[in-house]
Design a protein around this ligand. Structure first.
Ligand SMILES: Cc1ncc(COP(=O)(O)O)c(C=O)c1O
Length: 381
């Protein structure tokens, strides 16, 4: 039997991906970084250099290019995540990291944030896992009472969490919440898969200590290069531990046999040459600028709408690529999304608000899109 077989299910999900990469209509809710900020020239140069020197990789270790694993482990150590290259599994984007852990786990129940990262939810569904939602409010965070009730009654074996800059809410757990999550993991015996996909998209730094740092190698940790480097250069990684390596590798080999050795080699060259770090530093500055410009525009909008007593608020995640715009609970966000589409602006709406991606649009595009949102909100109220 094919799971989730309804045409609506598939069309919606694939449509959502395409919509996020579009400029016509302008996608105001994209998690992607503007491709114009990505180092396509550096990637092309590296591929040519490797090809001309006949150094294109002939080997493809199923666990991933060993030099690249060393480079990643070095960077993780700098970020205080101690890991040996042998504990790292390179993946086809970080999506595959979620897939490997999901399929290698023996339990049937998985918990994740509500609202969830929608492709993780789809993945749990197609793997026939039973899903438990853990409510997170973009403004006030974890609803501990509801989390506890869900955890204690449904007993998830795995809890998949994005510790900072969640998609779609943009929320990052507070120090207090992270500590509490660690305590619950010990008390209720669930493993954690920590998704850190958006941690290094912006230049401002926080003192955030990851769950992996707090709880050590019992936490699976994952990250990705796809958004920051190029969506088509699909390399991510999973930090496992020595005990879980074998089962995870068995799933990986059964699923994809081996790896894209050439892509991994290209990424490795970019790292060894310093091109990747140079690009990342520049990208972080650019994303920061866009973030600050978006926040400034939203502040002004909030004041103007406030004068008309229109409820409008937004979060300030200081990282990642998305923030959350909150509207009155009574507002019809579906209608807003529908009306915006007629004006060539697309949002991914939810009850009480929508996700705003600040790294995808230029400052000019953002300003234009927000003007349209403001005009429609003024008409609606
Ligand atoms: C929270 C989160 N995790 C993981 C991913 C997967 O990223 P990729 O497979 O492109 O590395 C995404 C993509 O948008 C995401 O939003």
């Amino acid at each position: 039997m094919i799971l989730s077989d309804s045409p609506e299910f598939r069309a919606l999900k694939y449509g959502q991906y395409l919509a996020q990469t579009n400029r016509n209509p302008i996608c105001l809710s994209s998690v992607f970084i503007d491709p114009r900020l990505l180092p396509i020239k550096k990637i092309e140069k590296t591929i040519l250099k490797l090809a001309k020197s006949h150094r294109l990789s002939k080997s493809n270790d199923p666990q991933g290019n060993d030099r690249l694993r060393i480079e990643i482990a070095k960077r993780l150590k700098k970020a205080s995540i101690g890991v040996e290259p042998e504990e790292l599994i390179l993946t086809h984007g970080s999506q595959q990291a979620i897939d490997l852990v999901t399929r290698a786990m023996t339990g049937r129940v998985v918990a994740t944030e509500d609202p969830p990262y929608f492709l993780a939810r789809s993945l749990f569904e197609v793997n026939q896992k039973s899903m438990v939602g853990l409510p997170v409010c973009p403004f006030t965070g974890v609803d501990k009472k509801k989390w506890l009730k869900q955890i204690e009654t449904k007993k998830p074996a795995l809890v998949y969490l994005t510790s900072r800059f969640q998609n779609p809410s943009g929320y990052s757990y507070t120090e207090f919440e992270l500590q509490w999550i660690c305590e619950q993991s010990a008390a209720n015996h669930f493993r954690i898969l920590e998704d850190d996909w958006a941690s290094d998209m912006m230049s401002s730094r926080t003192n955030h200590k990851s769950l992996r740092q707090r709880m050590g190698s019992s936490v699976f940790y994952m990250n990705s290069f796809t958004k920051k480097l190029f969506p088509g250069l699909r390399v991510g990684y999973l930090v496992a531990n020595k005990a879980s390596l074998e089962p995870l590798m068995a799933v990986k080999r059964a699923s994809t046999s081996s790896v894209s050795g050439i892509l991994e080699q290209v990424l490795c060259e970019l790292m060894v040459s310093g091109d990747y770090d140079e690009h990342l530093a520049e990208l972080q500055v650019q994303v920061q600028k866009r973030y600050e410009a978006s926040v400034e525009a939203l502040e002004k909008m909030k004041i103007r709408l406030g004068r008309r007593e229109i409820e409008f608020n937004f979060t300030r995640p200081m990282g990642g690529s998305v923030l959350w715009v909150g509207l009155s609970k009574k507002s019809d966000t579906e209608k807003l999304a529908h009306d915006l589409l007629k004006e060539s602006v697309r949002i991914l709406a939810a009850r009480g608000g929508f996700k705003l991606g600040f790294a995808f649009l230029s400052e000019r595009e953002m300003k234009k899109a927000l003007q349209i949102v403001e005009r429609l909100l003024l008409v609606a109220f």
